[in-house]
Design a protein around this ligand. Structure first.
Ligand SMILES: *Cc1c(COP(=O)(O)O)cnc(C)c1O
Length: 424
């Protein structure tokens, strides 16, 4: 597998058909638990003397194949799946951070992640400095003695900004802290942040990887580049109180982080992916590359068309030559800039609501990355609870409409938006 293209890996990695009765499709192992041969076998599994399955909250053969496939496609040493992208993010941060630890994060984040960092984690004494990601020096300036991670999105949702991942990775490495990159909007078909120095990559599998709007899921991929024994995280070196004295780095080497996420993160917080959802996500993953390339093409064409409509005040798509991130998109997203397009209307908040309500093919809902085209007005929905200033730093203006472009005919999508604009 090692030397094959990621496109081939997305179809084959992790699945040894000899291990699954020859089934060509990855089977759904719909079980909570696994019969042990005897008490000694069980004891060996629990003490990690022998590999094997214990309980589906910790591991499951269907999820295991998806995890190996994700690690292989994304270029990491190991991966672990969760019940949702949010569960992947929360479990990662709660595994790495303790009270009085600090995060430096991009201010342009998914709304749910912003709330976790801005409201929920501070209740536990974990605070975040949010910085404008368009200037790499902002990250370095915000790093303090107790900073443990830098957190960014490779393509901000919904701002659609592109941080200079490679430069930010150098800052993280210099300060001996890991760079965590949420790569949900780009997906591994368009961008592999590990190639640019990311230490940990997170995906919501719910979006482009699953791709059909039918299953929640999330994943964490460890690049294997961060030295978990460098002293930044003493819990990886010292005997773990959480897992009968296990010394993660000494025993598990480059698998230390994913092992801790599994043995303590999944055991204690419990947000495991269901094997049925893993199955659905595996089906989606097989066609990710062709889907997202076509969606990117449709999105660029639609963005260019929107620019010429007189009711439209501005259009944002990273592939537009007129855009602020065009140069960075050539470096980080040369094969397509994903399916999200945002635009504003001259008529502001009310006009944006009206057009959103008037579309017929676009579904008004809070998701992205579906094969079907989606629309939302964030200021009145996903981002309504943020102050106007917070909305602004996360890229949400009052007039902004976010589109997630699907696989319908581009002419039908243009006609639908045109008739919606006519309602103004
Ligand atoms: C949707 C999304 C998430 C959260 O994923 P869920 O699977 O919905 O929990 C995180 N980050 C980004 C960028 C997202 O778009």
């Amino acid at each position: 597998m090692e030397n094959l293209s990621y496109k081939t890996k997305a179809l084959h990695a992790g699945h040894d058909t000899n291990q699954t009765q020859g089934t060509r499709v990855v089977p759904i192992y719909q079980t909570t638990s696994y019969v042990f041969h005897d008490t000694n076998h069980a004891a060996n599994l629990f003490s990690l003397q022998e590999p094997g399955y214990l309980y589906t909250r910790l591991n499951n053969p269907t999820c295991d194949i998806l995890e190996k496939r994700l690690a292989s496609v994304c270029g990491g040493v190991a991966a672990i799946t969760f019940a949702s992208g949010t569960a992947a993010i929360a479990t990662t941060l709660l595994t790495l951070l303790q009270t009085n630890n600090h995060i430096v994060a991009s201010s342009s984040l998914y709304g749910g992640t912003y709330n976790l960092l801005n409201v929920t984690l501070p209740r536990l004494g974990i605070n975040t400095s949010f910085v404008d990601p368009s200037q790499t020096s902002n990250f370095e300036e915000a790093i303090a003695a107790d900073t443990k991670v830098i957190y960014i999105e490779s393509l901000g949702n919904p701002k659609l900004d592109i941080p200079d991942i490679e430069a930010i990775a150098k800052v993280a490495s210099k300060h001996k802290i890991p760079l965590i990159v949420d790569n949900t909007v780009a997906s591994p078909a368009l961008l592999k942040p590990i190639e640019f120095g990311a230490d940990i990559v997170i995906h919501s599998l719910t979006k482009y990887i699953g791709g059909h709007g039918n299953s929640l899921g999330g994943a964490v991929i460890d690049a294997g580049t961060f030295d978990w024994g460098n002293g930044t995280f003493s819990e990886f070196i010292e005997p773990s109180k959480g897992y009968h004295g296990l010394k993660y780095v000494e025993v598990l080497g480059e698998h230390a982080f994913v092992a801790k996420l599994r043995l303590e993160g999944l055991r204690d917080f419990g947000a495991a992916l269901s094997p049925f959802n893993a199955f659905q996500i595996i089906q989606g993953f097989e066609t990710l590359d062709v889907r997202i390339r076509q969606q990117s093409k449709n999105a660029l064409e639609l963005a260019e068309w929107l620019e010429s409509q007189e009711e439209v005040a501005w259009v944002n798509y990273p592939g537009l030559k007129t855009g602020k991130y065009f140069e960075l998109s050539k470096k980080y997203l040369p094969n397509g800039q994903s399916g999200l397009v945002t635009f504003g209307l001259k008529g502001g908040f009310e006009a944006a609501k009206k057009v959103t309500d008037a579309t017929k093919i676009f579904s008004l809902l809070a998701n992205i990355g579906d094969t079907k085209s989606l629309i939302i007005h964030p200021a009145s929905t996903t981002h309504q609870q943020l102050s106007e200033e917070q909305q602004k730093s996360s890229g949400v203006t009052q007039d902004l409409i976010r589109l997630s472009i699907g696989l319908e005919s581009i002419e039908d999508l243009k006609n639908d938006l045109r008739q919606a604009l006519n309602s103004l």
